[in-house]
Design a protein around this ligand. Structure first.
Ligand code: HEM
Length: 501
């Protein structure tokens, strides 16, 4: 009887004690902002403030926008990512201090990937921290100069011509085009050619090997979506649950592709003036040496950072042009006029002369910023304002999507209006209210490349085709709540017909 009683007591104690301890552990930081007198969003155990995002009910960009709007006059708001306190910064002056003025104290992202879970993700520049990041960034910066972009343009243009042939098949058959799929093939071929030195040919061959690999890299299961989010907000969750971002077998295949291309070039002495050529120069450099997985990780990093950002920008631009025929006509007229002056050839210089196209792309990136927030990590205790000393290690998030949709900076933000970016009007946009490529020393290193490939594809499409909505087009678009990049749920279908002069 006594023994039975003690078992009951033990069982009850275990069933009560364990949840209580777990609760106390998971909520141990929850008075962090209260103690510092900062307005904060009330968190839930385990999820913090990310419940709807983690359960994939709400897109992270929309969620941060809601918090931003509920606290529109506050310079910052405390949030909790899982159990970790973090700060959402709304005030542009503070944003400037973090991203530029005091960037030395905010040079790292919150993003952190455990090397044992994914060596290539962990060593890619976007995930690196401290001195290692600095070394890699300094080494890679010369790869993206204007001169290098000019040299690489012929490869981008070649893929643009293949994109036209790809779309032409649909136009002839009068079938709607799955635009997201078409431009993903274009971006994939460009990246494969420039960063991996291989002719992927996904625009010609739907079963291309590289395209299968890419689909596997970007395929989002529930767990990999959570793992992705955790890398940005609470890296410990990824480690604790051993959440893999990618199969090791995929990493091995990427290594294999890169090393095969490198060894072939070494053997034949072939030079293509592409990203891989410039990366290869770093393998033998005295000052900027990059080799082994550090080397492969950078080619891989260009793919991960550049693929969806560029292809979705293109997709959103085509969608907006299809529902705004007047804007499409103005853009096409400019493209045709400029090309007349460049012997009907799409060149790096002809793109520079297309001012209206630039406005269209800027407005696309305003309405649809590919990455909806920027993240930084406070390195040492930092006086954010007179009232708040930000402790070392705190994550800081800047809600880019919310800023781009704030009517204070962009009146009628839901309206697609390239005129916001005319020479005259763009002077009215406050600095740091518009940041599609981030800001400061940690901004997008591939900005010129991304912009070049988006514009090249648009020029090829608009000078050959008319784009319009079809019955499969979702108006308005629905944003996929799963990935952290801004993506259209279910893709975008449009009618694309051959343009008649
Ligand atoms: C339209 C296309 C693109 C957009 C909108 C875009 C946007 C961004 C943004 C917002 C960031 C974060 C910046 C910050 O934290 O301040 C970023 C980082 C980065 N992007 Fe891009 N990107 C694009 C294309 C590309 C391309 C094509 C490449 C490579 C070829 C690339 C490579 C990178 C890399 C490596 C980083 C991390 C830089 C670092 O940590 O030092 N991006 N990008």
């Amino acid at each position: 009887m006594f023994e039975f009683g003690s078992i009951i007591v033990t069982v009850i104690a275990v069933f009560i004690t364990i949840p209580i301890c777990l609760y106390l552990f998971l909520t141990r930081h929850f008075n962090f902002w209260k103690k510092r007198g900062v307005i904060y969003v009330r968190p839930l155990p385990f999820f913090g403030n990310l419940k709807d995002v983690l359960l994939q009910k709400k897109y992270i960009g929309y969620y941060l926008k809601d918090i931003y709007e509920e606290n529109i006059n506050k310079p910052y708001v405390g949030i909790f990512a899982f159990d970790q306190p973090a700060l959402l910064v709304n005030d542009l002056e503070i944003v400037k201090n973090i991203l530029v003025k005091d960037s030395r104290n905010f040079i790292d992202r919150m993003v952190k990937v455990d090397e044992s879970l994914s060596p290539l993700n962990a060593n890619a520049i976007f995930a690196l921290r401290g001195q290692k990041w600095k070394h890699v960034r300094t080494s890679l910066t010369p790869t993206f100069t204007t001169g290098k972009m000019k040299n690489m343009f012929y490869l981008v243009d070649k893929c643009g011509q293949q994109l036209v042939l790809f779309i032409e098949k649909f136009a002839k058959a009068e079938n709607p085009v799955a635009v997201k799929d078409a431009v993903e093939r274009f971006t994939m071929d460009v990246t494969a050619m420039c960063a991996f030195g291989i002719e992927c040919n996904s625009l010609q061959d739907p079963k291309a090997e590289f395209s299968n690999l890419l689909h596997r890299i970007f395929q989002l299961s529930f767990t990999s979506a959570v793992a992705n989010l955790a890398t940005f907000f609470a890296p410990w969750v990824q480690n604790f649950f051993r959440l893999k971002l990618m199969d090791s077998e995929i990493e091995d295949r990427i290594r294999d592709i890169v090393w095969r291309a490198v060894h072939l070039r070494e053997k034949t002495g072939e030079k293509r003036n592409d990203l891989l050529d410039y990366l290869m120069e770093l393998r033998t450099s005295e000052t900027s040496k990059l080799d082994g997985d550090d080397f492969v990780a950078q080619a891989f990093g260009f793919l991960v950072a550049g693929f969806h950002t560029s292809s979705m920008t293109l997709t959103f631009a085509l969608y907006e042009l299809s529902v705004h025929q007047d804007i499409q006509t103005t853009a096409r007229t400019e493209i045709k006029d400029v090309l007349e002056h460049h012997k009907k050839k799409v060149t790096y210089y002809s793109i520079k002369d297309m001012k209206y196209l630039d406005m269209v792309v800027n407005e696309t990136l305003r309405k649809y910023p590919a990455i909806p927030f920027l993240d930084r990590r406070c390195q040492e205790d930092y006086p954010l304002t007179q009232d708040l000393m930000l402790p070392a290690g705190t994550g800081v998030y800047i809600p880019v999507y919310a800023l781009h949709h704030d009517s204070k900076y962009f009146p009628s933000p839901a309206k697609f209006d390239p005129e916001r970016f005319s020479e005259k009007n763009k002077q009215n946009i406050p600095h740091f209210a518009y940041m599609p490529f981030g800001e400061g020393p940690r901004n997008c290193i591939g900005m010129r490349f991304g912009s070049m490939q988006v514009k090249a594809a648009l020029i090829h499409i608009l000078s050959n085709f008319e784009v319009s909505p079809c019955k499969e087009t979702r108006i308005p678009l629905i944003i996929d709540p799963k990935p952290f990049n801004l993506m259209a749920l279910g893709g975008v279908y449009l009618n694309i017909t051959k343009f008649n002069n």
